[in-house]
Design a protein around this ligand. Structure first.
Ligand SMILES: [Zn+2]
Length: 145
């Protein structure tokens, strides 16, 4: 596998398969798009807008579809990352939500506890878990071809 030299500043170009037009992605969007643990359901085409599904785009230089790319990157990291993403971080959110919600609302009824447990789980799964993973991960995903 060739060593790529992608940078956040220059980013990378993907092509929308429907209109065959290139879009350059860089900065935080690029980093987020390449982080397989960051929830990303679609991206935009500079030519015809969006967001559209990742599988309708491919990298201009390698031809790999964006969803295949993200799936492949996910298999290349230590399993602890996947465990953290899928189980540990949501579980922390679940426990924290169960405790914090009723305390904060001064109401420990079951619906309140269950609701805040759900909110805690979602926040950890969708936002905080991936962000922490980005901070501790030794790999800069966007640099991988
Ligand atoms: Zn397009």
């Amino acid at each position: 596998m060739a060593k790529a030299s992608y940078t956040l500043r220059n980013g990378r170009v993907y092509v929308h398969e429907k209109c065959q037009q290139p879009t350059q992605v860089n900065g935080g969007d690029f980093e987020g798009l390449c982080n397989p643990f960051n929830l990303c359901l679609g991206t935009v085409c500079a030519h015809c807008g969006g967001p559209r599904a990742l599988r309708t785009f491919h990298w201009a230089d390698t031809g790999e579809q964006l969803d295949d790319y993200r799936r492949r990157l996910r298999t290349k990291v230590p399993p602890i990352y996947s465990w953290w993403y899928l189980w540990i971080s949501p579980l922390i959110g679940l426990i924290a939500g169960t405790i914090i919600g009723p305390l904060f609302l001064n109401n420990s009824s079951l619906p309140v506890a269950a609701g805040s447990a759900l909110v805690g789980t979602l926040i950890m799964y969708l936002i905080i878990g991936p962000k922490l993973l980005m901070l501790i991960a030794p790999k800069k995903y966007y640099q991988l071809r």
